[in-house]
Design a protein around this ligand. Structure first.
Ligand SMILES: [Zn+2]
Length: 287
């Protein structure tokens, strides 16, 4: 058996593109440092809206297949070589936005049995033995059914792992501090006339925004190759993201900041003193 890297990070996301937007710089950094970086994506995002008119013909399974290719290209930009679809590609269908009839599709991730889906994730945990898990908060960051379900499945899998003696030392939720978001949107308002976007989103459109006091950890990548890798990874998701650094837009065409410092809340820990600058801080790196 090949020896595993001593630091092992597992990220669990809902759709291709979520990993690059939330954690691209973090993933690039840890991959470059020789850590094991494993991404599990729960759906292929085949109900996403397509931005480029030339690709608008892609829907359903064809879009899912295309987005799998985008995900592969994004991981190559980040230097991450371990990406998996939960239960295999197409096992869980994209549930669509909140309130759509798609949410009732028995094949969709929102309708999946949490324990069954968590058992599939537990198989990955058994193999990878991550010390650190990154996922969304209980609201999925912004209420999308697949993001909420991703939180539930990842959290249940972490419980099952603990029961099996495979305890994950630290679980983080993706966050953006409100003051950081507010300052970035203020800059965006000034910059908007020079951008290829006609309107801006707002702080409330950014997933995971919380007060400063809840932030325990920041991975600072401004001006580093990891920031460049993040932008490249986001560009690889061309059906979903329109990048004009340091901004980007989703299919709603509303400009928002591209954060190259990424923020986290360590679950179950009260923030104390200076923020961590390493997700593995305090972890004994036993094999
Ligand atoms: Zn998503």
């Amino acid at each position: 058996m090949t020896e595993q890297p001593s630091r092992r990070l597992l990220l669990v996301h809902a759709h291709p593109d979520d990993e690059s937007i939330n954690n691209g710089a973090t993933m690039a950094r840890y991959a470059a440092e020789g850590a094991q970086v494993t991404l599990v994506t729960c759906t292929l995002g085949e109900r996403g809206e397509v931005i480029p008119p030339g690709l608008a013909h892609l829907t359903g399974a064809a879009l899912g297949q295309h987005r799998l290719g985008e995900l592969t290209a994004a991981m190559s930009a980040l230097g991450v070589d371990d990406v998996r679809l939960l239960g295999g590609p197409g096992r869980f269908a994209d549930s669509g936005m909140t309130g759509l009839a798609d949410n009732d599709d028995p094949a969709c991730f929102w309708q999946a049995d949490v324990d069954q889906a968590a058992a599939l994730l537990l198989e990955v945990i058994r193999e990878v033995r991550p010390q650190v898990l990154v996922t969304y908060d209980p609201d999925g960051g912004y209420g999308h059914p697949d993001h909420i379900q991703t939180h539930r499945v990842a959290t249940r899998a972490a419980e099952l792992a603990a029961e099996a003696g495979l305890g994950i030392a630290k679980t983080y939720w993706n966050r953006v501090p409100r003051p950081v978001a507010e300052a970035a949107f203020a800059r965006l308002a000034d910059d908007l006339p020079g951008l290829p976007f006609t309107a801006a989103a707002g702080v409330d459109d950014v997933p995971g925004v919380v007060e400063d006091a809840r932030i325990t950890t920041e991975i600072v990548a401004d001006g580093t190759p990891y920031a460049a890798a993040k932008a490249a990874a986001m560009r690889a998701h061309a059906t979903q993201i329109d990048v004009a650094e340091p901004y980007f837009a989703l299919s709603n065409a509303l400009a928002q900041p591209l954060f190259t410092t990424e923020y986290y809340e360590l679950v179950g820990a009260a923030p104390a003193g200076a923020r961590e600058r390493d997700l593995f801080a305090g972890i004994e790196q036993a094999r």
